[in-house]
Design a protein around this ligand. Sequence first.
Ligand SMILES: CC(C)(COP(=O)(O)OP(=O)(O)OC[C@H]1O[C@@H](n2cnc3c(N)ncnc32)[C@H](O)[C@@H]1OP(=O)(O)O)[C@@H](O)C(=O)NCCC(=O)NCCS
Length: 164
Amino acid sequence: MQVELAEAADAPAIAELHVDVWSATYADLAPPEALERLGVAVRLPQWQAALADTVSAAGIFVIRSGDVIVSFAKAQRDPHGPMNGRGEIKHLYVSDSEQSRGLGRLLFNASVSHLKSIGAPGIALGVVDGNNRAIAFYERLGGKHIGEYVDPGPLWRSRNLIYA
Ligand SMILES: CC(C)(COP(=O)(O)OP(=O)(O)OC[C@H]1O[C@@H](n2cnc3c(N)ncnc32)[C@H](O)[C@@H]1OP(=O)(O)O)[C@@H](O)C(=O)NCCC(=O)NCCS
């Protein structure tokens, strides 16, 4: 399996995988309203817009198993947000059945390479407080806990730990 740049036609598959993995990951952490409302109808237009924007699309990566997308990541500059100007790994999701096989590391490395290539002054990401599996993963990959922020919502004002 190898990391590839996502294409515009991948938006529906990425949106569906996003909803599946997000729902499973945050089933015990997110409020029921967020779990109910953040479905494909919300995610698909977000991914279509991201993939239609050439700057944003240059940081969206997928790994396929055959023709099926089994993991994806999105990396971007964060000029005004909580990452304080660093490059941000905004989404990193691996399908339940493919976790713990090294795909997260592959996507993490591709995201870091992309952010370095566009001159990002450091790399950071937010992880929901309580997503202990992801926290252990980022710590394993060398991340250091440097701060916190609260997502503005509107559906879930989650507390997030910043790893850099
Ligand atoms: C977090 C996530 C992206 C990790 O991806 P993954 O493919 O399962 O992780 P990998 O197999 O690439 O693991 C990479 C390294 O992290 C380590 N690691 C992964 N999960 C770990 C855990 N829970 N505890 C300790 N180490 C862990 C692995 O052992 C591996 O180290 P090694 O290569 O030295 O053995 C994936 O589990 C996932 O998609 N989770 C659900 C969505 C999510 O929470 N995304 C992050 C949102 S911020």
